[in-house]
Design a protein around this ligand. Structure first.
Ligand SMILES: Cc1cc2nc3c(=O)[nH]c(=O)nc-3n(C[C@H](O)[C@H](O)[C@H](O)COP(=O)(O)OP(=O)(O)OC[C@H]3O[C@@H](n4cnc5c(N)ncnc54)[C@H](O)[C@@H]3O)c2cc1C
Length: 546
């Protein structure tokens, strides 16, 4: 079957890309999705407590005012079922399902230079081809189960939060061990503890968290959202992180200690990621960050009654928000329950999993269920899970052995006509992702329209542009405290053997979007455009201006 474009993945990115290529450009498009239905992240992540950290009026598409205004969210933060219902609504409205094949995992994609086509192979052995290949595989869709010896011998049941059984897991009467205290673990623990006989949380890295402050939305707020589409959209497009709240223009140390405390207290009461927006230099000045970090650590110590547990939870070794900053619903309070205990793996590391539980250096913890809240092989994982081959059979797995190299996070040298939505080197996971996804989809769609209009056979980045972009990505990261949390998954540190390279673009979504628009306006500067005869490289003239 030959198509104009194949899109891999049916989450936020794949759905919008299908609509844009099919309904705006009139292309024949097919979406291939490994899951049994649409939803992406929210199809797979149904663990107890799962909820979006972006607010429901921002965690949506903005490309259609009508679509935006007709959807009503029920809570401040949508849960997986509501997000799936929203995406289902979008799919029905735009008649997307007819071009999506579910339960279809792409295993390989090979560029055929002779025919200028991408040949795609699925797990079932099906073959399809297309001129353009767009990966919408998500940044957090390859689950990471740490290689702890003994797991195969465990007699109980175990689950990864990112592949949660659709029928749910009954924790009643069960001794549960949860490994991982990132955003997911912090969401899951309070809910698991409500029904489990006992919950043991195994913590390697103590983490900050701020109350989410979730609540049902009032009719007034919903009306406000409906009436302020343009303004909300403008904020998501003008901020560094694509959220619908503005970041203060004040520096933390410009405020007196009393003023600062009042600001943090108010943000703590309001709840949510807005805590990050209290002062604009929290992620660029260690002294500023320390003030927020100390405030949160003091809150942890005040909430948790057992001093030793409080000390282990507040013993945080990285700046606030230098790792993905969780928000929670009664996470720290959970440790005051009689059926919950904490194991600090820095003091008492896991030695192995036994048939009956988890053995740490000092003792065995008997368990019926192990929950791996251990995250993902982020950003590169879903791309490298496929055998992607470009010009001359070059292999992405080989080419990215030492870390990913892209231009703008959207294209890879040697892989013509392949586009990567929210690829490494783009703002992706540092943003409210639907905002980053929309920017990418629209840029890719405009690019393909330009290629078709101008009879350009292929587009791919020139090596110098890739090199310059890679340096710029690292430079942006180094200018922030994100670079100080070397054990974060932004560096790939959670996956054994993964190259340690800071992967997302930390220069801000609005700045990034402006730069991408300028690249396009300058005739796709930094890309090589092949018109069929001689390839024409559009020399990067203004890299310094990014
Ligand atoms: C627990 C959790 C909480 C999150 N919370 C937030 C939040 O609060 N705010 C926020 O902005 N973002 C959040 N995210 C990030 C979230 O992934 C994005 O918001 C968004 O869902 C990304 O959409 P996507 O379409 O790019 O990718 P995904 O939703 O990940 O969809 C990708 C799809 O591609 C499919 N796929 C992958 N490989 C293949 C293959 N080889 N063949 C076929 N199909 C394939 C997958 O099955 C998946 O369905 C969260 C992620 C997780 C895991």
């Amino acid at each position: 079957m030959h198509l104009d474009a194949i899109v891999i993945g049916a989450g936020f990115a794949g759905l919008y890309q299908l609509h844009a290529l099919r309904d705006r450009l009139g292309l024949r498009v097919c979406v291939l999705e490994a899951g049994g239905d649409l939803g992406g992240t929210w199809y797979w992540n149904r663990y107890p407590g799962a909820r979006c950290d972006s607010e429901s009026h921002a965690y949506r598409y903005f490309f259609s005012k009508e679509l935006y205004e007709e959807w009503q969210s029920s809570e401040r933060y949508p849960g997986p079922a509501e997000i799936r219902a929203y995406l289902d609504h979008v799919a029905r409205k735009l008649d997307l399902r007819r071009d999506i094949r579910f339960s279809t995992r792409v295993t390989a994609a090979r560029y055929d230079e002779g025919t200028n086509q991408w040949r795609v192979e699925t797990e079932a052995g099906e073959r399809l081809s297309a001129t353009w290949l767009v990966t919408a595989v998500g940044c957090l869709s390859s689950t990471n189960v740490p290689d702890i010896p003994g797991l195969a011998d465990f007699k109980g049941r175990w689950f990864h939060t990112g592949r949660w059984p659709h029928e749910g897991v009954d924790f009643r009467g069960q001794r549960v061990g949860q490994i991982g205290t990132g955003s997911t673990g912090i969401q899951a623990a309070p809910v698991v503890a409500e029904t489990a006989a006992h919950l043991t949380v195994f913590q390697r890295t103590a983490n900050y968290s701020v109350p989410a402050g979730n609540h049902p939305l009032t009719a007034e707020f919903r009306q406000w959202v409906k009436s302020n589409f343009e303004e909300i959209r403008a904020v998501t497009r003008s901020t560094v992180n694509g959220h619908a709240f503005r970041i203060s223009e004040r520096k933390a140390l410009e405020a007196s200690p009393e003023e600062r405390r009042a600001v943090y207290e108010k943000a703590w009461e309001t709840g949510g990621l807005q805590f990050r927006g209290t002062f604009y230099d929290l992620l660029t000045s260690r002294a500023a960050n320390d003030t927020a970090a100390e405030f949160i650590k003091a809150r942890i110590r005040a909430i948790v009654k057992d001093p030793a547990t409080a000390q282990d939870l507040a013993d945080i070794d990285h700046p606030y928000a230098a790792k993905r900053p969780p928000i929670d619903s009664y996470y720290f309070e959970t440790f005051n329950r009689p059926n919950v205990s904490l194991v600090n793996l820095r003091k008492d590391p896991i030695e192995r999993i036994t048939p009956n539980g988890i053995k740490t250096r000092t003792r065995e913890h008997p368990l019926d269920i192990i929950v791996f809240a251990t995250g993902f092989d982020a950003l590169t994982g879903p791309l490298l899970a496929m055998d992607i081959r470009g010009r001359g059979g070059c292999s992405l797995r080989e080419d990215w052995k030492a870390g990913p190299h892209t231009y703008l996070g959207v294209q890879i040298a040697g892989y013509p006509n392949l586009f990567t939505i929210t690829g490494p080197g783009s703002p992706s996971v540092l943003t409210n992702m639907p905002a980053a996804i929309e920017q990418h989809v629209e840029w890719i769609t405009d690019c393909i329209a330009h290629l078709r209009k101008n009879h350009i056979r292929t587009i791919e980045p020139a090596e110098p542009a890739v090199q310059a972009w890679g340096e710029h990505v690292q430079e942006c990261a180094r200018a922030t405290l994100l670079f100080d949390a070397k054990h974060s998954w932004y560096f790939g540190a959670n996956v054994a053997g993964k190259p340690q390279v800071f992967m997302p673009y930390a220069g801000g979504l609005a700045r990034y979007a402006r730069h991408c628009a300028e690249v396009a306006a300058r005739g796709y500067e930094g890309f090589v455009l092949d018109r069929g005869r001689a390839a024409e490289a559009v020399a990067p003239t203004a890299q310094a201006g990014v």
